[in-house]
Design a binder for this molecule. Structure first.
Ligand SMILES: [Zn+2]
Length: 438
C-alpha cells in the first residue's frame, strides 16, 4: 500500500457504505471513552508528503469539509494545475475536440484511441432498481425507534442520537445485533434478489463483455447488483457488498447462504412486518474464529476499506483513456480520488443529474477533457447504448430489468421499430415509383 493509500485509508474510515451521503455522519456521534483510547490525534508534516499523499489528504479534507480542492491547494500556496490537470492542453479526439454530445462519446468508445475504460459508480446507478430509501432524512434508519434494537440503554441512547452509530465498527465488535437488526430487510432483500440490475448495470456489463474495454468498475454501492450483471473480477466494491458475508473480528469470508438463513431465522424484525421472524436476536458465530462477528461484507463506520481497492487501483489507473462517472456526487474519499488520479489525457464523462466534481478539478464548461451528460442514469445510458448500436443486445434482458427501466427500454425499442418500418415504407414507395417509371 502506498503512503497515499495508507493516509486515505486511515483518514477515511469514517466513510461508510450505502452511498455517498454519509460523510459527516459519524462526526455527529457522541464520543465514548473508547474513542479517546483508540483514536490517535492526527498530526502530519505537510512538507514531508509526496504529491500523491498530499492530494490524498486534501481530497479527504475537501470531501468532508466541502471545500474545493483548488482552494485548499491555494491556501497552501500551491497552484492546482501543478497537482492535477487543470491545463488547457488540447487532446485529439476522433471527432476533433472534447465530446459535446453522447453520439461523440459513443464514437470515442468505439474508436481505437479508447482501449481502457474505468467506471466510478454511485447511488444514482441503483435508483431505478427501487431499493427502499434506507438512509435519507426520512428514510428507514432515521425513522426507526432505537428502543426496539437489542442494545444496552447507553448504546440505545447513542443510536438514538445518531442512527449510523448502529453501523459503527466498534459497536459491532461489542454488540453486533443493532447493525444486523437494522440491516435485516436489506440483507434479506439482497438474498431474495428482490431488486434487479438497472440499464446502467447492463451498460457496464456490455462494456466488459461486448466491447472488452472495461478495465474495472469501482462501485460505492453495497447492494451487490453489479454481481448479477457482470463478471465479478471486473468489479471492486469500494465500500464492500451486501451480497457476501465476512467476520468483523478475523475478516474471514463466510458462507453467504448460511448467513442469510441465520438473519432470517435468528434476527428479529424491528419493523414488525415479517410475521415469520423470531422475537429475539442472536448473533452468528464465525466459522474461523468462532466469535459472534458475522456481518454483511460491507465497510462499517471507522473500519478500513477493502484491501482490493488499494491493490488494484494503482495498476488500473495506468493508460486509462476514458473515466465514466456514473450517478455519484463524488463526495466520498478515497473513491473520488480516482477523478484526479487518472492520466491527464483521459477523457472524463460525468453521467449525473447535476454537475459534480468541480472541487476535484472537473470542469463543466470550456473543458478540454470533461463532458457532463446531464440527466438520470437510465435515460442517458440508454441513449448512449443506442448510439453504440447495443439496443439489440438488451432485448434479451428486458424482462430481467426493474419495471421502470424495462418500460424505458420497451418504449425505445418500439420507437426504433417504428422508425425502421417507416424507412422501409419510404424505400418501397421509392422503388414502386421507379418501377412505374420503367
Ligand atoms: Zn472470525
Amino acid at each position: 500500500m502506498s503512503k497515499a493509500d495508507d493516509i486515505t485509508n486511515n483518514l477515511t474510515n469514517d466513510n461508510n457504505q450505502d452511498d455517498e451521503k454519509d460523510t459527516s455522519a459519524s462526526s455527529k456521534r457522541p464520543r465514548s471513552s473508547e474513542d479517546e483510547e483508540d483514536e490517535e490525534s492526527v498530526s502530519i508534516d505537510l512538507d514531508s508528503l509526496d504529491r500523491e499523499s498530499l492530494m490524498a489528504l486534501l481530497t479527504q479534507i475537501s470531501a468532508s469539509q466541502n471545500i474545493p480542492l483548488s482552494v485548499l491547494l491555494q491556501s497552501l500556496g500551491q497552484s492546482s494545475s501543478s497537482y492535477y490537470d487543470d491545463s488547457d492542453e488540447e487532446i485529439e479526439y476522433p471527432f476533433g475536440t472534447v465530446p459535446t454530445n453522447l453520439q461523440q462519446v459513443a464514437a470515442f468508445i468505439q474508436s481505437d484511441q479508447c482501449q481502457r475504460i474505468l467506471v466510478l459508480a454511485g447511488a444514482g446507478m441503483s435508483v431505478a432498481a427501487g431499493i427502499p430509501d434506507y438512509r435519507s432524512e426520512n428514510g428507514f434508519y432515521a425513522t426507526l425507534p432505537a428502543h426496539r434494537l437489542t442494545a444496552t440503554p447507553q448504546q440505545q441512547a447513542a443510536i438514538q442520537h445518531d442512527k449510523t452509530f448502529a453501523l459503527d465498527q466498534h459497536l459491532f465488535l461489542e454488540n453486533p445485533l443493532p447493525c444486523l437488526e437494522l440491516k435485516r430487510d436489506f440483507i434479506l432483500g439482497v438474498a431474495e434478489r428482490r431488486w434487479k440490475p438497472t440499464l446502467a448495470h447492463r451498460f457496464c456489463a456490455l462494456l466488459a463483455k461486448h466491447s472488452q474495454k472495461l478495465v474495472r468498475w469501482y462501485t460505492q454501492n453495497i447492494d451487490g447488483l453489479e454481481d448479477l450483471a457482470t463478471l465479478r473480477d471486473k468489479v471492486v466494491h469500494v465500500h464492500g457488498t451486501m451480497s457476501q458475508a465476512d467476520c468483523a473480528h478475523c475478516r474471514a469470508m463466510q458462507d453467504t447462504e448460511a448467513f442469510h438463513q441465520h438473519v432470517k431465522t435468528h434476527i428479529q424484525d424491528v419493523t414488525g412486518q415479517d410475521v415469520t421472524a423470531p422475537t429475539t436476536s442472536q448473533p452468528m458465530l464465525c466459522s474461523q474464529c468462532h466469535q459472534p462477528g458475522v456481518k454483511p461484507a460491507i465497510v462499517l463506520f471507522r473500519s478500513s476499506l477493502p484491501k482490493v481497492f488499494f491493490e488494484t487501483l494503482p495498476q488500473d489507473l495506468q493508460d486509462i483513456d476514458l473515466l465514466l462517472i456514473l450517478g455519484t456526487s463524488l463526495r466520498v474519499a478515497p473513491a473520488n480520488s480516482i477523478v484526479w488520479r487518472v492520466p491527464s489525457s483521459c477523457l472524463r464523462v460525468v453521467i449525473n443529474r447535476e454537475p459534480v466534481g468541480q472541487h476535484l478539478g472537473i470542469r463543466h464548461s470550456n473543458s478540454k477533457r470533461d463532458f457532463h451528460a446531464a440527466g438520470d442514469c437510465e435515460s442517458v445510458v440508454l441513449e448512449l447504448m443506442e448510439h453504440l448500436g447495443w439496443l439489440s443486445l438488451l432485448e434479451e434482458c428486458v424482462d430481467d430489468l426493474p419495471p421502470s427501466s424495462a418500460q424505458l427500454l420497451r418504449h425505445k425499442l418500439a420507437e426504433k421499430k417504428k422508425e425502421a418500418q417507416e424507412s422501409d415504407k419510404e424505400v418501397s414507395t421509392e422503388s414502386d415509383k421507379a418501377v412505374d417509371k420503367v
